[in-house]
Design a binder for this molecule. Structure first.
Ligand SMILES: Cc1cc2nc3c(=O)[nH]c(=O)nc-3n(C[C@H](O)[C@H](O)[C@H](O)COP(=O)(O)OP(=O)(O)OC[C@H]3O[C@@H](n4cnc5c(N)ncnc54)[C@H](O)[C@@H]3O)c2cc1C
Length: 467
């Protein structure tokens, strides 16, 4: 991974807009640039594009979409921006938050109407920090459907996507203009590709243990659940070019990954559910957010805890094909009573019964929670109970390249680099400096919105190709 001099270099293959990475960000960038009349080329290291996008639940928050209007949901970019800022304790870039919030409805409508990707509005529950129903997701709630839908749109338009091509070096002029890249094929062959504009859509550094150790030592032992091919290349090239990076210690964790099945199970506890450790005791305010819950869970005995919920959580979970897979695999246990719940989980029955009774008292308003959660907002759980054993994990890093409202990568002095763009996990997220700032859905929001904005701006810069 290096930044090399482009001086005197001739490129046999040249393309106006070149994009590294074929996750949601890269595909949105390609489709948006093409929509503006530019020829594009996407290079992707994997033989079959998937990225963290395909591992995700595919849920994209947006405010003011056609789907929201159809469901009578009143929402505005200002409302969305305020909620994102509040989650990040106002320690993030407010201008960027507003840019993304304002772009969000157009992006989701474009993905649905122009690109033909099927999305639905989730109306059954609210994610932590969200005050409106605004999560837009594929019918089975899988990122694989989203990735597949975007790839199908790329194919229908005949865009060039080269899989099995790892971008290894950038060629840069003395004036900091990127002239092209070198890719490496699986057999070691190198090829150079020239470009007028380059979009870095190769995500964060969760798949690079050295970078995680350097920037986020607190999670160096945690299981990484994102795409292993995300090695931090965008940040490394950016730093070599004098680009600004920010919030490098920030990440999205997840405090409810079914263990050992590896299936995210947060939704189950959004309707009155909670978590208990192997001693049968609660240990935190589960409603703070699923990202910061990762470390809370990893601090518990054996690094595992149980999600306890009832028929409501089970019904919400069942909207996701992944949850249904968890049921088939035996991850989800059902119990008819408290003693049965102790039996199916192996939790100490007296302690578990005491915890359940205590939560019932808190839901009735006769006791307050020492962790600060307000249980009166939802009815108490009632039998049959459900339980799933979960652990904490890291989903994706949130620190990255600082970009402006057109997704142009900024230098450390604030000025944009001439023709370099970045989005998704490659760019600084909206979460502020740590794990507690992640607003649910921020990941795909940064991938789809910045991807579209980067593609449009790169196409404008590169000029029409005469397609
Ligand atoms: C389990 C899980 C669940 C999640 N659920 C959600 C959710 O519901 N909503 C949400 O908003 N976010 C969610 N996220 C986060 C979300 O998936 C990411 O933020 C988002 O997918 C990032 O998109 P991206 O295009 O930037 O990166 P990716 O989708 O990871 O794509 C990056 C691509 O770049 C390729 N690449 C990397 N380096 C190179 C190189 N040098 N050359 C060529 N190619 C390269 C990679 O192979 C990869 O295909 C979840 C994440 C995980 C792990």
């Amino acid at each position: 991974m290096a930044v090399l001099s482009a001086s005197g270099r001739r490129f046999e293959t040249e393309v106006p807009v070149l994009i590294i990475g074929a996750g949601a960000c890269g595909l949105c960038a390609a489709l948006a640039a093409h929509g503006q009349g530019a020829d594009v080329l996407v290079v992707e290291r994997d033989p079959t594009p998937s990225g963290s996008t395909a591992l995700s639940s595919g849920l994209i928050p947006a405010a003011g979409t056609k789907l929201q209007r159809r469901h009578g949901v009143e929402d505005t970019p200002a409302q969305l921006a305020e909620e994102i800022l509040a989650k990040a304790k106002y320690q993030t870039d407010a201008a960027m938050v507003l840019t993304i919030a304002k772009a969000s409805a157009r992006t989701v409508d474009w993905i649905m109407d122009d690109l033909g990707v099927k999305l639905e509005l989730l109306t059954s529950f609210l994610y932590p920090g969200h005050q409106r129903h605004r999560m837009h997701g594929p019918p089975n709630r899988t990122g694989a459907e989203l990735e597949g839908g975007l790839l199908a749109a790329v194919e229908r338009r005949g865009l060039d996507l080269v899989p099995g091509a790892t971008a290894v070096d950038l060629y840069v002029e003395d004036d900091e203009r990127v002239r092209g890249i070198a890719i490496q094929r699986p057999d070691g062959r190198r090829e150079d590709i020239g470009c007028a504009a380059l979009v870095l859509a190769c995500s964060g550094f969760g798949g690079n243990a050295d970078m995680v150790r350097e920037y986020i030592p607190a999670i160096k032992e945690a299981m990484y659940f994102g795409h292993v091919g995300n090695k931090g290349d965008a940040v490394r090239w950016g730093l070599a070019l004098g680009a600004a990076v920010a919030d490098m210690a920030s990440y999205q964790g997840h405090g409810a990954v079914a263990h050992p099945h590896g299936i995210p199970m947060w939704d189950t506890i959004t309707v009155g559910g909670y978590q208990v450790n192997l001693r049968g005791e609660r240990f935190s305010n589960e409603e703070s957010g699923y990202s910061e819950q990762a470390l809370e869970v990893l601090r518990q005995p054996d690094h595992v805890v149980w999600n306890i919920y009832d028929e409501r959580g089970h019904a919400i979970g069942s909207e996701s094909i992944e949850y249904r897979r968890g049921v088939e695999l035996g991850a989800v246990r059902r119990a008819e009573s408290v003693s049965d719940l102790a039996r199916v989980t192996g939790l100490p029955s007296a302690a578990l019964a005491a915890t359940i009774a205590e939560v019932e008292a808190m839901a009735a308003g006769t006791k307050s929670d020492r962790f600060g959660r307000d249980f009166t907002l939802k009815p108490a759980l009632k039998p049959p109970y459900y339980a799933v054993k979960v652990t904490g994990a890291v989903f994706h890093t949130q620190g990255g390249l600082v970009v402006d409202e057109r997704a142009r990568v900024r230098r450390r002095d604030g000025r944009p680099l001439p023709n370099l763009f970045a989005g998704g996990g490659a760019a600084r997220g909206l979460s502020g400096p740590a794990d507690w700032g992640y607003f649910s859905g921020s990941g795909l929001m940064m991938a789809t919105n910045l991807g579209r904005l980067a593609g449009e701006a790169a196409a404008a810069l590169a000029g029409r190709s005469g397609r």
